[in-house]
Design a protein around this ligand. Structure first.
Ligand code: NAP
Ligand code: MG
Length: 493
């Protein structure tokens, strides 16, 4: 049996619990490997290694640090297909999406390598004579990264690459469901020549390893992506410890379709957003807000196209919808479907666990569409994280915006319309961190800021130049070359 190990201070090693747990393929239940389980002790060793390596790393010129990132990018590129295959077998998304996700990590590596020659600060005129002022970015120190299973390499790349180019060291706890991809990513850092101690991989449960990272006094920042429940708990505790956090959490993303929209285009965007990655994307489309006049026609088109979506093992190139992550997820999704029915929503299609036609051993849920959903229903408000989408009818753009904005999350939104006035009003009024015009709710590019408003996050962004604000602190520097005491705000007024 393949073993997935920890990587601490440049060595592959077993977690100190001595225990392993299986890693399974959600498409067929096959055990792929077993992963070592760590304790506080392993976290402490990782942090100690990180702390000592970071001191030297912070003195390496950023363009030289970036050379490692270019190598990471090249190695990811060479091994794209291999990693995509592992990713798909470990967490189930269809292979095309697996490849796309690895590409995202490649893009991020090149982009952040470029930052090695920027990491811009500002020079700012001083209010005093013969005085020079500037702001510079400095590393935060040891960064704790906690990531989910649904984008096991992309999200890890969004966090580790800007952290490293900025001069930090990383302790990374990947999701328990996806340690194999994590191991591949760390192997690439190793091959690229990243000095030991700068990336440390500590496998284990969130409650043990994740909590130990939050508690550890020498971890200066926790960068977390995952559920609201866990993110809130992390933020609470980190707040008490005055530890910086960057949190990216849930979504309840909507596609709005106005009466003048290109319906066929909207249908493609909705299906891709709702059922890609079996609906397990933070940016998944889980609501469709449709204008009354075109509701029936849109529903007809959706039902007819949904039949063409083949379900199955994501490694099969013809499959469009893969399994969900595990049986607990399957049950949670089914529970939400029952809740929707009880609330009076009308099931248009789907609504069941699939256990037939060779899919008996995997975790398959039929692509599901509810209609006649009202904004107050739980299925319209809570994140389901599965292939379930709810259609809500409105009579105007204003009403659509109100419904879009009525949820506690604020990650992504989309609108289909041919009217330029509607476009600009929507760009202004949709209160999410990401807005798409005539495209679905997913499809972020790595050089733009990624993240959400309200309950989705705590004001930080992953990716884009905005990510640097997470992984660096600002330092203001004043150089007085007047040779005398100059008192700001006093001697010059
Ligand atoms: P999760 O249960 O919150 O897990 C995320 C990570 O946190 C995992 O590594 C998990 O470890 C760890 N964790 C669990 N309990 C912890 C604790 N008490 N202290 C510290 N760490 C802990 O989320 P998930 O179910 O894996 O992922 C799905 C969620 O992520 C959805 O809500 C989705 O919307 C969100 N997401 C958001 C974004 C975004 O950028 N906004 C992107 C992707 C996903 P274990 O695996 O060991 O439990
Ligand atoms: Mg798995």
């Amino acid at each position: 049996m393949k073993k997935v190990l920890n990587y601490i201070n440049g060595e592959w090693c077993e977690g100190s619990s001595g225990k392993y747990i299986p890693v399974t393929n959600p498409a067929n239940g096959q055990v792929l490997a077993e992963v070592t389980q760590s304790t506080n002790e392993d976290v402490d060793r990782a942090v100690t290694a990180a702390k000592s390596a970071q001191k030297e790393w912070s003195l390496v010129p950023a363009p030289e640090r970036a050379e490692v990132l270019y190598k990471v990018a090249n190695l990811l590129k060479e091994r794209k297909e291999e990693i995509a295959q592992i990713l798909t077998s470990e967490m189930g998304k269809v292979i095309d999406e697996g490849r796309g996700e690895v590409q995202e990590a490649i893009d991020m590596a090149y982009y952040m390598a470029g930052e090695g020659r920027r990491l811009f600060g500002d020079t700012i005129p001083s209010e005093l004579r013969n005085k020079f002022a500037m702001s510079i970015r400095v590393p935060v120190g040891v960064v704790g990264i906690i990531t989910p299973w649904n984008f096991p390499i992309a999200i890890a790349s969004w966090k580790s690459l800007p952290a490293l180019v900025s001069g930090n060291a990383v302790v990374w706890k990947p999701a328990t469901e996806t340690p194999m991809v994590a191991q591949e990513f760390v192997k690439i850092y190793e091959e690229a020549g990243l000095p030991k101690g700068l990336i440390n991989l500590v496998n284990g449960s969130g409650s043990v390893v994740g909590s130990a990272m939050v508690e550890h006094p020498q971890i200066n920042l926790i960068s977390f992506t995952g559920s609201n429940e866990v993110g809130k708990a992390i933020n609470g505790r980190a707040g008490e410890l005055l530890k910086k956090t960057s949190l990216e959490m849930g979504g309840k993303n909507a596609v709005t379709v106005l009466e003048d929209a290109d319906l066929d285009l909207a249908v493609e965007g909705i299906l891709w957003g709702a059922f890609g990655t079996a609906g397990q994307r933070c940016t998944a489309t889980s609501r469709v807000i449709v204008h009354n006049e075109i509701k029936v026609e849109l529903e007809k088109k959706l039902i007819s196209r949904i039949k063409e979506l083949k379900m199955g093992d994501g490694l099969d190139e013809t499959v469009k919808v893969g399994p969900v992550i595990n049986s607990a997820a399957l049950e949670r999704i089914d529970e939400y479907v029952k809740i929707g029915q009880k609330e009076g929503a009308k099931l248009l299609t789907g609504g069941q666990i699939i256990k037939e036609n060779g899919l008996e051993k995997g975790n398959y849920y039929a692509p599901t569409i509810f209609t006649d959903v009202t904004p107050e229903m739980r299925i319209a408000k809570e994140e389901i994280f599965g292939p379930v989408v709810s259609i809500i009818t409105v009579n105007s753009l204003e009403e659509a915006v109100e419904v879009n904005n009525s949820v506690e999350f604020g990650l992504s939104s989309a609108i289909y319309t041919a009217n330029v006035n509607n476009v600009f009003a929507a760009m202004r009024d949709l209160d999410t961190g990401i807005v798409y015009i005539n495209a679905g709710t997913t499809g972020a590019e790595i050089h733009l800021p990624f993240g959400g408003t309200k309950g989705t996050g705590n004001g930080h962004r992953d990716s884009g130049v905005a990510a640097l604000d997470v992984y660096t602190e600002w330092k203001a520097v004043y150089v007085d070359f007047s040779g005398k005491l100059q008192r700001a705000q006093i001697d010059n007024y």
